[in-house]
Design a protein around this ligand. Structure first.
Ligand SMILES: [Zn+2]
Length: 177
C-alpha cells in the first residue's frame, strides 16, 4: 500500500481552486490507466490472474492498496477517491497505480512469488519505480504530496467532500455486494 509519510502536517493553504470538486473525466477510466501503465512499464512481469482497479475511500494517509482474492483468482487495486479530482496532479494517480503494480510484481497482493519479506523493505518500491523509468514521475508526485496533500485534504474535508466521497463509495459497495 502507498502511505503518505507523516510529514509536517498542515503547513499552508495550497493552490486549491476554491470552488471546485472537479472530477477529471479521464480519471474515471481507471482500467485504462492500469493497462496503459502495464504496457509501458510492466510488460515484462507475469500476470497470472486478473487485476481489477477501483476507487475506494478518500483516506487521509493512504493513496492506494492491493489485495489478492482468497482463491487467487484476481487481485484488486483500490485507489484513494480524492485522486480523481483535478486539484491532484495526474502524476500522483499514475505513481500510485505503478506503486501497487510494483507490489504485484514482488508477490504482494498477487500470486507471484515473494521477492522479499516486507513489501517496502529498504525503499525497494521506489528503487523499482526508478529502474522502470518512473523516477521523474515519482519525484513530481512526492513533491506535490509534500507541499499540498494535507492542505488539500483538509480543504476537501472542510467542504464536505471527504464525507461525500465516503458515502458514494459505501453506497456503491453495498450495491455491488
Ligand atoms: Zn506500498
Amino acid at each position: 500500500m502507498s502511505r503518505i509519510a507523516n510529514r509536517n502536517s498542515i503547513k499552508r493553504k495550497g493552490d486549491d481552486h476554491p470552488h471546485s470538486m472537479r472530477i477529471v473525466p479521464k480519471r474515471l477510466e481507471l482500467a485504462s490507466y492500469l493497462e496503459d501503465i502495464w504496457q509501458r512499464y510492466f510488460s515484462d512481469v507475469q500476470r497470472p490472474n486478473e487485476i481489477y482497479i477501483g476507487y475506494c475511500f478518500p483516506w487521509k494517509t493512504r493513496l492506494g492498496l492491493i489485495r489478492l482474492a482468497l482463491d487467487n483468482s484476481h487481485s484488486f487495486i483500490g485507489i484513494n477517491s480524492l485522486l480523481q479530482l483535478a486539484n491532484v496532479p495526474e502524476s500522483v494517480l499514475v505513481t500510485t497505480i505503478a506503486h501497487e503494480l510494483v507490489h504485484y510484481a514482488h508477490g504482494f497482493g498477487s500470486p507471484l512469488p515473494r521477492a522479499q519479506q516486507h513489501p517496502h523493505a529498504n525503499g525497494i518500491v521506489e528503487k523499482e519505480l526508478e529502474a522502470r523509468s518512473l523516477g521523474p514521475l515519482l519525484q513530481e508526485c512526492n513533491e506535490w504530496l509534500d507541499h499540498h496533500w494535507y492542505p488539500f485534504y483538509e480543504e476537501q474535508k472542510a467542504r464536505g467532500r471527504v464525507r461525500l466521497l465516503s458515502a458514494l463509495y459505501t453506497a456503491r459497495r453495498q450495491t455491488v455486494l
